[in-house]
Each structure stands twice: as C-alpha cells, then as structure tokens.
Design a protein around this ligand. Sequence first.
Ligand code: ZN
Length: 318
Amino acid sequence: MTRTAITARDTAAAVPAQRSVVTAGTWLQVPSAAPGVLHIRPLTGEATASYVQRLATVYQLTLPQFLDGADINLHGHGTLPAAELHLNHNAGRHLAVLARTPLPHLTRALPRLAANDDAHSTEATAHWKRLEAGQQPVRACTLCTRHRSHGITDTAWVHPSPHQLMCPRHQQAAPDPRLTSTLRTQRVPELAAAHHTHQHLLRHPRATTAWTAARAITTRWYDHQQHLTQRWHPRLNQLCETNPHLTTTGSASPALLARDLVIYPETVALARALATLPNRPHRDTNDTLTLIARRLGLTRLTPNANDPLRVFITHTRH
Ligand SMILES: [Zn+2]
C-alpha cells in the first residue's frame, strides 16, 4: 500500500477552521481518495462507525487502517450494527479534517459522535462499544447511500427518526437492525402515502406524544392480533413476496422484523387522530372511538376495557 499524505493545502482550503490542526498534523498519512471523490457527506442520523467505514472505503482502506492513518488509536473490536464506534474529542477533530467537513456539521449529522467527549485526553482514540438491540442502527436506503458515496458503496447504517422509517423516493425501508438488506416497498404504496402524512403531522404541537402513544397502541394490537389483523396480514405477505430475504433472516420471524413497517400507515393515521382530539372535559369516549375508527378506515372499533386505546382516551388529559 502506498501511503501518500493528503496535502495540507487541499484540506485547509476545504476546511479553513481546521488549518492549525492540519499544518501541525503529521497524522494525515492516508492514501488519496478514489479518483473523482472529494467529499463524502454523512447521512442524517448515520452511525459513526458507518460513516468512518464509508470514508475508509473511499480511501480504499479497512476501517482500522483508516483510523491508524488518521493517528486515531482504535480499541476493541466490533461490527455494525451490533456495535458503535465512540470517538473522543481529538479523534472527532481528526475525522473532521479527513471528512473535509467542520466538526459541528459532523456532530449534527452523526448522533453518536458528540456524547463521548474526553477533553482532557491529548490522544485521539476510538472505542468499539456494543449496543443494546433497541439502540442499534438500521440499513439506510442503498440508493441514497450510493449517491452520497459517489457510487463507491451502497452500505450505510443510520439511527432513523420515526418519521424517516422509509425512503419514499427509492421505496426502501429497514425497520429492524437484524435486516442486513433493506425491504423494497413499491408494492405497498400506502407506506409512501403514510410517510408524507407523517411529515405534515410533525407540524402539530402534540405530534411527538401522539406518535409515541399511537405506536405503543398499534404495536400491542399487532402483537395481540386485534382490530387490524385483516389488513396487516396481507400487507406482511405482500412484503414477504417482494422481499424473499425477509423470510430467511436468522431466527427472527418476518412478522417481527417487518412489524414497524406493516403497522406504519395505521400508526400514522392513529397518531394524527390522537394529536387532534378535543380536550378531555369535552370528550365523549364513544364519539372519540367512532372518530378514530373512521380515521383508521374501520366501520367500528369496540376495544375492551384493557385495550390501550381505550385506556389512553379515558385517562390522558388531552
Ligand atoms: Zn433513498
């Protein structure tokens, strides 16, 4: 491997704020990026390890070689999505120079980059840390990733916000970290429609609480096969037909792997209904259930006393 330094002049021109680091930096001992590749932007919500891996790929290096070239000491072992790379402050600065992106911009895009500050250390270090299942990132849209990687890779892992469950442009989604490939959603057009409705819902002041409640309610209905099973079952089958890998991914069932996606349209519809409910003193439970049934496209909705929806509209303030 030929190791030629990135020229200080190029890097300083791209990131003026980093000039002092660059001119003092004897650590920029990585090969040149692949031809034609100047700048790799992070994806919104991208896992730090995913971004570092994409940069390494562009420089035609493995991740440990790339960090070594950036004079970042790597501790431990790990792989995405089960583990994340934690960088200390100095390592973040080194990464920002190689990424040709100011550190504050990187920190905004990479949600796990900021929280690992170790300002007293003069060393630049990176640690692999295992992630709990609920904290793991999921595969990003392959076409968006390829576009952001100048065609060099289509693999990236992101921590998506709830309203970014799918890519409506390329009709892809990865609702579970255990899916190593994304699911194609073209044959389930109501998912893209729900995505657009969800973006509008975000403007509502109660959007976050309504979403959290709605997701808990629809997840429980799905797990207990209540109310909407006749709609969810065919949708799951449709996704399995289009995505054979859904039925062959490890030990998890397709019903579980695709759950968030299968219930997505109704979760958005319910969240929208809950966000706009009148305040409780002026609310009649039966009228509310009739209204919610209509929003969900059901002729009637008769939840029992323990049903999470009935509990929500009976006991919450709004
Ligand atoms: Zn996309």
